[in-house]
Design a protein around this ligand. Sequence first.
Ligand code: NDP
Length: 400
Amino acid sequence: MAKVLCVLYDDPVGGYPKSYAIGTIPKLDRYPGGQAMPSPKQIDFKPGELLGSVSGELGLRKFLEANGHTLVVTSDKDGDDSVFDRELPDAEIVISQPFWPAYLTAARIAKAPKLKLAITAGIGSDHVDLQAAMDRGVTVAEVTYCNSISVAEHVVMMILSLVRNYIPSYDWVVKGGWNIADCVARSYDVEGMSVGTVGAGRIGLAVLRRLKPFDVRLHYTDRHRLPAATEQELNLVFHPSVEAMVRICDVVTINTPLHPETEHMFNDALIAKMKRGAYLVNTARGKICDRDAVARALRDGQLAGYAGDVWFPQPPPKDHPWRSMPNHGMTPHVSGTSLSAQARYAAGVREILECWFDRKAIRNEYLIVKDGKLAGAGAHSYSAGNATGGSEEAAKFKKK
Ligand code: NDP
């Protein structure tokens, strides 16, 4: 029987919800492109309920305990004295969400001799030292596609809110003002702008599709080129390198995984190659950008705006410069954990667990690492190595 250690974000400060804003969420049949939705034998939760915080338990307790397994759920994940560190040594399975990641560093993996499976309840397994997982034979799986469209919607929202100066205008209303000139002094139309995505996978392509009706010029760069029919349909311009693309874009959105090839890709040198006054939207991973280079570029006007929901580490310390830099539209990491997305990734985690306990193959598209090497989605979109360096800084958030 397995011990399952599950790290989830804290419950709402006002208490776990007693009711929800909408009664039923739409039921989807398939993802775009045809991939099947998560298909566990059963679920023990109501889609649309809060599952990603501690009390929601991803809807897993009944299933796990009925089958004789142990489930430990905690939000206390950082620092040597954390519940996560104390519970890890005899855990077989660790489940973690990228929004509140339990960093599975090489040191932690070394302290967990029974660990065999790390499941990402979401997409993006960079919080696991993938090299250490490969070296130790730990399987890493995520729920591919579960929140790709959630993020694509968020990217479009952030591009529009930055370019149109939405958040400062909203602030004037809340402050009791009617300061139109203050609002519009940084407000533009997106129409006619050149918008480019770094990475045109599930999220990147969905962003391009959603932006097409805005009559913008669409650009992308990726390791693999999209089919010619897709390029023609969306009138896409492909660039063989990120440097070539950012030179001509008014808006750049980042939609790649974090892995050694993309870590700190947007540093001083690359940001200097962007058009002066470009907007950068990053909902992929905070560490794809150099933290201080972004803050500098906003202060000196090289970037007109920066928005996203991903930071490094998570949670970021209270004095993280992205909290106070000018012209930003940052939120905590929320885009992929809407109540709609939670229902899909909770079902996907259940499907992965059912396969694991039944000794059936986990879907190839869910795999990141298996049998000591990158596999499935991991083999297509990641490079080998480790991107967790510096994650111990997350413990600073706890300190007063
Ligand atoms: P996909 O795997 O479908 O797409 C990722 C794309 O990035 C692939 O096309 C891949 O290329 C490309 N890519 C990888 N490395 C590079 C590189 N060095 N240069 C250019 N392109 C590269 O994943 P998704 O679109 O579903 O998700 C992407 C990432 O977004 C996730 O890994 C995660 O980090 C983040 N994410 C964030 C969420 C949030 O809540 N903010 C939620 C979900 C995801 P190829 O495969 O062609 O090699």
